[in-house]
Design a protein around this ligand. Structure first.
Ligand code: 4NP
Length: 156
């Protein structure tokens, strides 16, 4: 069975699309087959592609995220995905409240998988500049790499 991971932020146009892109990229590099998706706890941007600044930040790293489309997280996600990873503490709290009783998904903070950044939030780059999006990429790709490695070794 391929491990399945859902990345969740607020709008699903900045941080979680970058996390999904970084995770797919790292998994592919390791030869690990995965199911990956991203969603927002909010639904304002449903149907939209990622923010152009997020698309550009990924492209600077050779990763194309332009085909992604935003959607809101739904109850079924907690049954479909093995891991549901929140980009910050607010979203983690909201996910805990949304999770149906009996659903088996493991809920964690994404950066708990990033060596040295455990317990930290990925700051929202939405109101910042391109450098903020590059920092987001660095943080999510650090987590994505260790997550893929641990899944590959059956540690998760
Ligand atoms: P994200 O950033 O959660 O990283 O996608 C945001 C994008 C849009 C909004 C909030 C956060 N918004 O309120 O529109």
């Amino acid at each position: 069975m391929r491990p399945s991971v859902l990345f969740v932020c607020l709008g699903n146009i900045c941080r979680s699309p970058l996390a999904e892109g970084a995770f797919r990229h790292e998994a592919r590099a390791m030869g690990l087959e995965v199911v990956a998706d991203s969603a927002g706890t909010g639904g304002w941007h449903a149907g939209e592609p990622p923010d152009p600044r997020a698309i550009a930040a990924a492209r600077r790293q050779g990763v194309d995220i332009s085909g992604q489309r935003a959607r809101q997280v739904k109850a079924e996600d907690f049954r479909r995905f093995d891991l549901v990873l929140a980009l910050d503490h607010d979203n983690l709290r909201n996910l805990r409240a949304l999770m149906p009783k009996g659903a088996a998904a493991r809920l964690d903070l994404l950066l708990d998988y990033a060596p040295g950044l455990e317990g930290q939030a990925v700051a929202d780059p939405y109101y910042g500049d391109d450098a903020g999006f590059d920092l987001t990429w660095q943080q999510v790709s650090l987590a994505a790499r260790d997550l893929a490695r641990r899944l590959r070794h059956g540690e998760i």
